[in-house]
Design a protein around this ligand. Structure first.
Ligand code: NAD
Ligand code: WQD
Length: 340
């Protein structure tokens, strides 16, 4: 029986890019996604790029019966768990939805994995678990948990759940990956980030200003303790991030137990630097206005990624020009994202 990697949330932004890297590296993939924040069309785009079609099953990860069927139908040896809701503002308004979806789906997934003796899982955590970091760059051993919104709280709680699981069952291999700020898109321009409504994150906002869908960028604050007063983040190309998952699966194949890695670039970029890089890379203007800080935002957040390099040989290779060009290439060729 063939071995499969199960990718939950595999039609989403990071998931779709990761499925391509998995297929390119010879893995067979089953995607499960309930399409609450993505489109089935993504599967066709993945096939076009990778010249191989992943299996796609539309389901909610909380649907234990259907998930069980997937594990019965395919020999799932590893799981990459992207499925989850990720809008910080929405999580403040609807905390129960976030606890139920993000934590609930992980509990069911782990239960079904246990029933089928699937031992390897990669979990999509986030730099948000570090809250307002006491130092930058941030190292994996730095404190987590002092967070200020329910979305971040779900990531912290799932991390604790996985750490307990690793303690209780030494046969499990668990990777917690803390992503910094993914931007960019596949170089083909066939897949990319397609947020619903007005984007929360900065890069899709910039590309929608560039395409003329939004009039200007609201720069949230220029009075932070940073070089130009605007917030500093660690922007990582989504294809680099995707490749990080292939490296992680190889790591899990060595039976390491629990591992935790930051996936970022190690470079901090301010909002104004990002805007200027986008303008320079693409030759399009991005009008912006400086406005008040967005509640909950922090000054500076960037990673130390030495551990992922030392232990998995992975590091980000794309630079800010690549990120800006690929984000624009995706938006330009898909002005309405994946469409209706
Ligand atoms: P995304 O919304 O594009 O992808 C998530 C996918 O999960 C979507 O396709 C959605 O339909 C699906 N999904 C959600 N709940 C589900 C459920 N209960 N059952 C089945 N499918 C479900 O988001 P993304 O940016 O690709 O993020 C992927 C993961 O990485 C998420 O867990 C997110 O929290 C995490 N993450 C994202 C970022 C970021 O900035 N994009 C940063 C750090 C961590
Ligand atoms: C980046 C910078 C803003 C929008 C969020 C989540 C985090 C993680 C990644 C999932 C900040 C500024 C933004 C805009 C702006 N997601 N900005 N105008 O806030 O670092 O992280 O996404 O885990 O959990 O909190 O990313 O892209 O929203 O903001 O000036 O319209 O851009 O103030 O400095 P953030 P972001």
């Amino acid at each position: 029986m063939k071995d499969y990697v199960l990718v939950t949330g595999g039609t989403g932004y990071i998931g779709s890019h990761t499925v391509i890297e998995l297929l390119n590296n010879g893995y067979d993939v089953v995607i499960v996604d309930n399409l609450c924040n993505s489109k089935a069309l993504v599967v066709d785009r993945i096939e076009k790029i990778a010249r191989k079609r992943p299996i796609f099953v539309e389901l909610d990860v909380r649907d234990e019966k259907k998930l069980n069927e997937v594990f019965s139908n395919y020999n799932i040896t590893s799981v990459i768990h992207f499925a989850g809701l990720k809008a910080v503002g929405e999580s403040v308004e609807k905390p129960q939805l976030y606890y139920d979806n993000n934590i609930g789906s992980t509990e069911i997934l782990l239960k079904v994995m246990r029933a089928h003796e699937t031992k390897n899982i990669v979990f999509s955590s986030s730099a948000t678990v570090y809250g307002n970091p006491k130092r930058v760059p941030i190292y994996e051993e730095d404190p987590v948990g002092e967070v200020t919104n329910p979305y971040a709280e779900t990531k912290v709680k799932i991390e604790f759940m996985l750490k307990d699981l690793a303690k209780g069952d030494p046969t499990m291999n668990i990777a917690i990956l803390r992503y910094f700020n993914p931007i960019g898109a596949h170089q083909s321009g066939l897949i990319g980030e397609d947020p619903n409504g007005i984007p929360n994150n900065i890069m899709p906002y910039i590309t929608q200003v560039a395409i003329g869908k939004l009039p200007y960028l609201h720069v949230f604050g220029n009075d932070y303790k940073t070089k130009d007063g605007t917030g500093i983040r660690d922007y990582i190309h989504v294809v680099d991030l995707a490749k990080g998952h292939v490296a992680t699966l190889k790591k899990l194949a060595t039976n390491p137990g629990l591992v935790i890695y930051n996936l970022g670039t190690g470079v901090g970029t301010s909002v104004l630097e990002l805007v200027n890089a986008f303008i320079a890379a693409n030759g399009v203007d991005i009008p912006y206005k400086i406005e008040a800080r967005r509640p909950g935002d922090i000054d500076t957040c960037y990673a130390n990624c030495d551990k992922a390099y030392k232990e998995m040989g992975w590091k980000a290779i794309y630079n800010m020009v690549d990120c800006c060009k690929d984000s624009w290439n995706w938006q330009k060729h898909n002005p309405k994202g994946y469409g209706e």
